[in-house]
Design a protein around this ligand. Structure first.
Ligand SMILES: [Zn+2]
Length: 421
């Protein structure tokens, strides 16, 4: 291991410049800019290190077009003999920079031991660390059985349909091809993320009847109906959700329970569309809800809680009419703490960072949901060098020392999983 770790240390400059180059490809999603350039940039590098490549465009998935092709790359390196496969999966896409930056979000500035830029933390720094780690194993000429894979996939920030979900449908995240998956998402260098809470997004529309705004008594205001629904949520659902505790070690602490975000509300005529307000009673009001739920909860109960409140209003308020549509739903996942991939990475963190790692659960979902649900692969975690709180923030950065440390953790746990002691 000493010589492997020394080799990773010696790759520091390469690691930094590779991260900078990745950050400089502005893979903003939506709409999905520069996916091809980024996938090929990663693929060409891995091909030089001896990986064989497969490119998969997720034709027909949301957002895919000739202008914005959903291009993924899967790279595989075979060991001397057959055996298990360890797969590192990183998403190539980043969210929009947003406001408040003091540096160029796509400049890849290096300062004070950090690389700055949109995606540096989430998660191009993690991707670069995994690449350096696997290249170090190959260059050391370590004789291992099995194989190593690195994938660069798209669209994680918008649900992963054109990325991991698409590839999982094709068997890229199932046995016998793959046994262990590590996703270098930014969950902090000394923590292991076992999974995530569930998510249910839904749209509730409440109906009214249009009339002249000067005679609202002749119509029926959808916004007033909605206000009764919001009151019920405040009085009955929010307090109930606060009481729902979980065995899932979700971070931060505030997310260690059920939560609901009222994400958007639209009612009445759209004045920005009409140019000025129009005197009408609103005949429609729509609410988008983002409900995050726990492993102890059943998705059907999660939905029923909301529907029961709406049904209560439908029977108690005159002319209360509604519809509710699912937008998307993902079940919670939590990898067993005794799973081989958890143990291997835990031991490596202990040895390299001298610290017993925390096992955590992410408040939001990431691509593990597809690997679990479509690929039926349970041996999956997120582990990467980025600082969770910096994701999607202005002046996002990755600490270079953390990238080096995580690369050592990735390399040594990979060898352990492949049976090299
Ligand atoms: Zn991410």
């Amino acid at each position: 291991m000493e010589s492997l770790f020394a080799r990773i240390d010696s790759k520091r400059e390469d690691l930094v410049s590779f991260t900078q180059e990745l950050v400089r490809i502005p893979t903003i999603n939506p709409p999905g800019e520069d996916y091809t350039r980024c996938a090929e940039f990663l693929g060409e590098r891995l091909a030089k290190s001896g990986f064989s490549l497969i490119y998969e465009r997720a034709k027909g998935t949301p957002g895919d077009s000739d202008r914005y092709p959903r291009k993924n790359v899967i790279a595989r390196f075979e060991g001397k003999h057959s055996g298990s496969c360890v797969h590192f999966n990183s998403h190539l896409d980043v969210v929009i920079p947003g406001k408040g930056w003091t540096v160029d979000p796509f400049g890849g500035l290096v300062k004070d031991g950090k690389v700055f830029g949109r995606g540096a933390c989430d998660m191009k720094g993690g991707l670069a660390s995994s690449v350096i780690a696997m290249e170090a194993i190959i260059e050391e000429g370590i004789n291992f059985s099995g194989s190593i894979e690195i994938s660069g996939t798209v669209d994680e920030e918008t649900g992963g349909y054109g990325g991991v979900a698409f590839l999982a449908e094709k068997g890229f995240f199932s046995k016998p091809r793959v046994d262990y998956v590590i996703i270098p998402e930014p969950l902090n260098v000394d923590r292991i993320c076992l999974g995530h809470r569930g998510a249910w997004w839904a749209e509730v529309e409440i109906f009214g009847r249009i009339a002249h705004g000067s005679m609202p008594f002749l119509g029926d205001s959808a916004i007033r109906h909605m206000s009764y629904f919001l009151q019920l949520l405040e009085q009955q659902l929010f307090p109930k959700l606060d009481q729902k505790k979980t065995i899932m070690p979700v971070v931060p602490d505030g997310a260690r329970r059920s939560t609901l975000n009222l994400q958007a509300i639209h009612g009445g005529e759209d004045e920005s569309f009409l140019g000025m307000p129009s005197p009408c009673v609103p005949d429609s009001c729509r609410l988008v809800m983002d409900r995050r739920f726990l492993i102890e909860e059943d998705i059907n109960d999660v939905k029923s809680e909301v529907i029961a409140l709406l049904d209560h209003l439908a029977t108690s308020r005159t002319n209360f009419r509604y519809r509710i549509n699912d937008i998307m739903e993902f079940l919670p996942t939590m990898t067993d703490i005794d799973a081989p991939v958890v143990k291997a990475v835990s031991n490596a963190i202990q040895n390299i960072l001298g610290k017993t790692p925390d096992h955590v659960i992410s408040p939001g979902t990431y691509d593990q949901k597809h690997i679990y649900r479509i690929g039926h692969l349970g041996d999956c975690i997120a582990y990467g060098p980025g600082i969770l709180d910096l994701a999607h923030q202005p002046d996002e950065y990755i600490v270079i020392d953390d990238m080096i440390a995580s690369a050592k953790v990735m390399a040594s746990s990979t060898l352990k999983l492949l049976g090299v002691s």
